[in-house]
Design a protein around this ligand. Structure first.
Ligand SMILES: Cc1ncc(COP(=O)(O)O)c(C=O)c1O
Length: 346
């Protein structure tokens, strides 16, 4: 049951603020963030959190942009075309990852930890220079709660509640390490910032954002749902429990793929293959085949939203995050066989 005493009340009342602070504190604890890291709830989901970080922090240093799927490509567009920063851009096609070696430690680095639309993730944080002078920005929306993230390599991380936590969408979560905070305190971008992006007020960090004083009105229903999800996660053993569930789901799906010659992984290298958003290839399938295949499964109530992302090569995408029971992944195998045969026949 969701608690409802803060619903319909002001988010600035003591009760609303306490519930926002509870969501923040529980998330901080669940992620095992280092003590000096701040976490805040911000507008406009993961996109809002990323845009806020990019627009507030980039500018004083060279930038290295890494992209291997559509969301990462979107951040490249923002930085190169909107902010017009002269970025070193490294791109990889769907299913592949770009070269992570030799990144300029003087530059800021912007990347997506786990590419949701290609099923490709970074293998670890070893490639992020420990002695970097720049900041590292990780869009971690389908990575948090599924991997043990090396926070010492991450200065800025963003995510939203609706992915691995399975909460209601709407708000973004912004994590700032001490070096990112220092940048905010010492650097003012040359461009104007809309109110919803502003992390600095009168020259000082807007500390309230990290204590539950949101920039504008949040959905308290979504906040209650996030707290509910965080309690659920704690009951599963916290981060370790969530990671174990994702791992087991990815293994179960990989077994299904290995047993079928018509299924493959879009991300061929298992070291950079996602354990949450697993993207599959289907032998001979074009966009129309996948559409018919997915709608057959949907009609049977066997699998929903299983078609790959609209900009990705035609294929399937199976969510393996902690909200999914491994038995349900296992049950998917025969359904995939059935849908494949039916689609071939029709
Ligand atoms: C890697 C990644 N970044 C950004 C987004 C956009 O997230 P939101 O809709 O929470 O703004 C998504 C959504 O799926 C995503 O997968």
């Amino acid at each position: 049951m969701l608690r409802d005493d803060a619903l319909g009340r002001s988010h600035r009342a003591a009760l609303g603020k306490a519930r926002l602070a509870e969501a923040i504190e529980r998330t901080h604890a669940l992620l095992r963030l280092p003590a000096g890291y701040r976490l805040g709830i911000v507008p406009a989901s993961d996109t809002g959190a990323m845009e806020m970080a990019i627009w507030s922090l980039l500018g004083p240093r060279p930038v290295t942009m890494l992209a291997w799927e559509s969301f990462g490509a979107g951040w490249v567009t923002d930085v190169a075309k909107q902010l017009k920063l002269d970025a070193a851009i490294r791109n990889a096609g769907y299913g592949e990852i770009c070269d992570l070696d030799g990144i300029d430690p003087a530059s800021d680095i912007v990347f997506t930890w786990n590419g949701t639309t290609s099923g490709v993730r970074v293998p670890n944080g070893d490639w992020i220079p420990a002695d970097r002078e720049g900041l590292s920005f990780a869009d971690a929306t389908s990575a948090v709660f599924a991997y043990d993230l090396p926070w010492d390599k991450i200065d800025v991380a963003t995510f939203s509640w609706q992915k691995v936590l399975g909460g209601e969408g709407g708000h973004g979560v912004l994590v700032l390490g001490p070096r990112a905070v220092e940048r905010l305190q010492t650097y003012t971008p040359a461009w104007p910032l809309p109110k919803v992006f502003r992390l600095v007020s009168k020259g000082a960090l807007a500390e309230g954002i990290f204590k539950g004083e949101t920039i504008n009105t949040p959905s308290m229903l979504a906040v209650e749902d996030a707290i509910f999800a965080l309690e659920w996660a704690k009951g599963l053993g916290g981060l370790k429990g969530l990671i174990a569930r994702s791992d087991a789901n990815a293994v179960a799906l990989d077994r299904i793929v290995a047993e079928r010659d018509w299924l493959g992984h879009l991300a061929e290298d298992s070291a950079t293959r996602s354990k949450t958003s697993v993207c599959l290839t289907v032998k001979g399938a074009d966009a129309d085949f996948i559409k018919r295949f997915a709608s057959l499964l949907e009609k049977e109530g066997a699998a929903y939203d299983i078609a790959g992302y609209r900009d990705a090569p035609p294929g399937l995408r199976v969510w393996c995050g902690a909200t999914v029971d491994t038995a349900d992944i296992e049950a998917l195998g025969p359904w995939l066989d059935w849908a494949f045969e039916e689609t071939l026949r029709s």
